[in-house]
Structures are given as C-alpha cells and as structure tokens.
Design a protein around this ligand. Structure first.
Ligand code: GLU
Length: 563
C-alpha cells in the first residue's frame, strides 16, 4: 500500500534513488579511498556574514590539505527568503577574498562540476525521488494537519505539560492514518505536506560525534519533521541529507548553530541508509558587549557583514590573515616567519580551532592590516587603492572623501604617488584604504585651511607665545630651503625664544628653559596639520606648497588671537 501511496503522490517521478546513486559516483582517489569533499552551503538571503567567509576559508584550506574538493551549493529552497543578487554577491565576495571553489555556483545561473545541479531549487526531482523512496518504505507519510491543528496541538501539550512536544510520537496524528485513508484524502483533494516517520522517542539519548568536540550526548530526534513542504520543495534538513549524500561530502564543516539539528540530520542520513559524513561545527566569532559576549550580529554590528571590509577598504589578504589567527593561534608566528607565503602553505589543523568562540578584535585586525599595508610596495598600494576607489562602494559615510581622492588620482596622479612615500615610509598608520583620507586630511583635503581644529589645552595656556613663534616661523621661512636649513631655522627660533635646541638639555635643566625644540616644532606642526603626530613635516610642506602652508599658519595665528 505504501508503494501505491508513493505512486499517487509522485506519479511523475520515474528515476529511483539507485539511479541517482549511479549518476553521482563515489569520489574515490587512485587507491580507491574516499576523496575528501567539503562544501559551503549558503542560503542566498542577501547577507554574507564575515563568519561565512571564515567558514568558507576553513573549508577551502581543509580541502587543500586533503587534496579534496570544495564546492559551493546554493540552498535556495526557501523562496520567500531568497534575495535577488545574493548569489552574485557570494560569488564576487569569494573572488575578492580569493576563495576558489572547485565545483558549484559560479553566478546566479551558472555552475561547474559533475555533481550538480548546485542550486537546490533545481534539484526538485532528486528530492522527490528520495521522498518517494521514504514514502514507499513507510518511513514518510503525508500530513494533512492545518496550521490551526498544529497550534491546537502545541497549546494542549503546553497545558498538559506533556513530555512529548511537537509533531512527534503518539501526538503525530497523521502518522496513524491507514494507507486507505491517506489515499482517499489525497484523491479527495486535501492539502498535505510530507513528514518523516521518526524512529526516536523523547526518552532516548545517544552519542553524536562532532569533529571538534568529540562525543556529545544528546536526545535523539523524535520529531516527524517536514521533509517536503506545501510548495513541493524540500526543507533544509531533508535537502541537506540528500545533497551531502549525493555530492559525496566527506566532511560537513559549518557553524555550530547547527549542532542542535545534528540528531535530525543523523536520523535522516541513517533512515535513508547513507554513510554519515564527519560533522565539524565551528564556533562563531563573538563580540564583547558590556560584560557579556555575543555573536556578531547583522543588525547591530556593521563589521558582521563581509562587505563591510570591502567597503572601508581593508586589504582582504590581511582580513584572511586575521581570520586564520582566529582559527589557529599558531598562525601569527607562522605568518611572521613566512610573510610572503600563501595561506595554503600554513600547516592548518582544523582540530585545533577553538570551540569556545573567538572574540572579534578590531585592534588585532588593524595591526595585522597595518603591517600588511606596511609591507606593500608603493606601486602595490597605488594599484590596490585605485581599484578600491574605482569600485562601486560609495556609502553615505565615505562618499565625499572617495570623491576627493578620485579627483587626486585623476588630476594629480604623480603628486599622489609621491605623497604615498610621505606617509608610507617607516610608519604603520594605514589599516584600510579609507584611512588614507581619514588619517591625512592635511595632505589631501583641498579646503583644509578652513577647518577649525580643537586646540590642546596647554597650547591655549601659551597662546601669546605660540602666536609669536608662528610669526617668527613665517618670517624666517624660505621655500627654497632644504630639510636641514629649514630645521636649522626652527632651531634658531627655539633658541631665540629660550627653548632648548636639544631636548636632552631641557631635560637636564628644566628651569633654565621654557621648553625644548620639541615644543616649538609641535606648535608649527599643529598649525599646519591640526595634529601632533604626523609624517615628516618638511616633506609635507613641500607637498602642499608654500602658499597653502602660509595660509594655514596665518589662519592658526588668527584662531589663537581670537582665543
Ligand atoms: N543553508 C544553511 C545555512 O545557510 C547551511 C547549513 C549547513 O552548512 O549545513 O546556514
């Protein structure tokens, strides 16, 4: 009778599960052993989390180290949540991060590989064949319960404090229908979905194995979960079992939010007679929030989005380095010893990834990125920065500054090239491309002289002194001076105003001087840059030109005069 029911539900399904077993042969290496195959299986919901890049990167490296395959499967069976353009975003982001896939989606309507289709929405007939098989063996059944019936069941279970919750065991009403009843209702046109007939009971637990955590004792699945929804498409759980079986996935490496679904997944694999892959659940990237830690949230944290790193312009190899640091703590030492090596050469060990979840650390990312930019040649910076500026990434926040910098590249490219040497030499200040404008507005903002800075308190206390020093500086300034004559004049001003020409003289006899040359230079530096820590001042003056420099110093004199 079950066979009759299966035929009634899926009359058009002519291929059997064993036909599919033949279409997708086992992946065997030359010794006849199962080849490693891992996968990344995003739902195209239009939001690629940085944790997804982390997971994909780990899958990629895992496959590389085992000479295996890494595939990209698009889990788009939840049509309501699928967002147009999301697959393109995934593919482009993978490209930008240089995470290559061996098989799977290559755009929203193309893919490569022999184990496809790699879009779940195109695998309907495959799922139907497997659902048909389960129906015909009595391991699945049609359920006619309406949403109201399910709500009523839930309410009753709550009221009775039932040990069985959900659509399970003796509370799974449609389980008890005879084949005749099922057939009659379907023929009568009743709506239905298809559920698994679970073999579990709420009283049972068993050990599940997670590659990182080892043995996990958990309740077995007792839910008659839906395998085929009202729209005819499979649920995620069912599709996962069929796909990972037929795609011959050897290791399922994914986020640990799926650990709680492991009992369902294992039951689905076992009931269908599939070998279990090794399940490895990665811990999430956490954020310190007050006294507690939480997952990076797409709602609260801009840095949760992979696109954030692209938008603000972190060099993506540095972001990968940072993620690798999270994965294996010995990565940092390895990178220090092998600054130019490819990540794939790192002896990555998935079994050493932390299970407690790593804290996202912007300072660390910043340091890694600064070192990375520091190690780039000026030419490489120029290329990467130009690419970033040309990319279509303008957000409200950086729209204006990107516009300004684009015009530098267009109108004064050679000058800009030269300016890189000014801030690049011996300094590690730039972690991301947006920092260039943010850190050095005094080099690039063409209306810098109209800015009004926050003046440090100790400068205000010395305001008359500062004004006199700045005036003396302007009087003595000669644009044809080289660096050492320019500085010689500042030294003369220092001496004239009774500041020690050498900082150590001031340290030795603080009572004899008003300060040292350091104070005098800092007034001038501040007047020209509104900052106290900057790249070499003389180089910057040469870059902005005499007129602009004079304008800024005069402006500062008037700001101080008005204080
Ligand atoms: N589509 C699921 C997700 O987006 C995949 C989970 C898995 O890797 O099995 O999280």
């Amino acid at each position: 009778m079950s066979r009759e029911l299966a035929e009634l539900i899926f009359p058009e399904v002519t291929k059997s599960t064993s036909d599919y077993e033949k279409v997708y042969p086992l992946r065997l290496d030359e010794n006849g052993k199962q080849q490693c195959c891992v996968r990344f299986a995003p739902s195209p919901t239009g939001f690629l989390h940085i944790g997804a890049i982390y997971t994909a990167l780990i899958n990629r490296l895992f496959a590389d180290h085992k000479e295996g395959k890494f595939l990209l499967r698009i889990e788009d069976t939840d049509q309501k949540r699928s967002v147009p353009g999301a697959v393109e975003e995934i593919v482009t982001t993978f490209d930008l991060f240089n995470i290559k896939v061996d098989e799977g989606a290559t755009s929203s309507d193309s893919s490569k590989g022999e184990y496809g289709p790699y879009f779940q929405s195109q695998r309907k007939e495959i799922y139907e064949a497997f659902a048909k098989e389960l129906l015909s063996r009595g391991d699945a059944y049609p359920c006619f319960c309406s949403p109201e019936d399910l709500e009523e069941l839930r309410q009753r279970q709550m009221d009775e404090k039932s040990p069985v919750m959900g659509y399970a065991e003796s509370d799974a009403r449609c389980r008890r229908l005879t084949s005749e009843e099922q057939i009659a209702r379907i023929e009568g046109g009743d709506d239905y979905i298809i559920r698994l007939r679970s073999r579990g009971s709420h009283e049972q637990t068993r050990v599940f194995i997670d590659g990182l955590r080892g043995e996990l004792e958990m309740p077995v699945n007792n839910q008659d979960i839906v395998i085929i929804k009202a729209d005819g498409l499979p649920t995620y759980h069912f599709a996962h079992s069929v796909d990972d079986h037929l795609m011959r996935t050897s290791h399922v490496i994914r986020a640990d939010e799926w650990i709680s679904s492991l009992p369902i997944h294992v039951e689905l694999f076992e009931i269908q007679g599939f070998d279990l892959p090794e399940f490895i659940h990665l811990s999430p990237i956490l954020k310190q929030d007050g006294n507690s830690r939480r997952k990076l949230s797409k709602r609260l944290d801009p840095e949760a989005k992979a696109s954030y790193y692209i938008e603000v312009g972190y060099p993506l190899p540095a972001v990968k380095d940072y993620l690798m640091n999270i994965a294996n703590s010995n990565y940092e030492d390895w990178r220090r010893d092998n600054p130019d090596a490819d990540i794939v050469d790192f002896p990555f060990d998935i079994y050493k990834t932390s299970v407690s979840g790593a804290l996202f650390d912007f300072d660390k990312l910043g340091n890694i990125a600064k070192k990375y930019v520091g190690s780039m040649s000026e030419e490489e910076i120029m290329t990467a920065y130009s690419e970033w500026l040309q990319a279509d990434l303008d957000t409200d926040e950086n729209h204006d500054s990107r516009q300004v910098m684009r015009s530098w590249l267009q109108d004064r490219r050679t000058d800009f090239e030269h300016s890189i040497t000014i801030w690049h030499e011996g300094r590690l200040d730039v972690a991301k491309w947006s920092d260039i404008y943010e850190n050095y507005p005094y080099l690039y903002d063409r209306s810098f002289s109209v800015r009004v800075p926050q003046v440090p308190e100790d400068f205000i206390e010395q305001k008359n002194e500062v004004i006199s020093i700045l005036k003396a500086y302007l009087n003595s300034y000669d644009h044809s001076d080289d660096n050492s004559s320019w500085f010689g004049k500042i030294r003369e001003i220092a001496v004239q105003f009774n500041y020690a020409a050498k900082p150590k003289d001031f340290k030795k006899n603080p009572d004899q001087y008003k300060g040292s040359i350091v104070h005098v230079s800092s007034y001038i530096r501040f007047a020209i840059t509104h900052a106290l820590n900057t790249p070499d001042l003389h180089s910057m003056i040469c870059f902005i030109g005499e007129e602009e420099m004079r304008l800024r110093v005069e402006k500062m004199i008037s700001i101080f005069s008005d204080l």
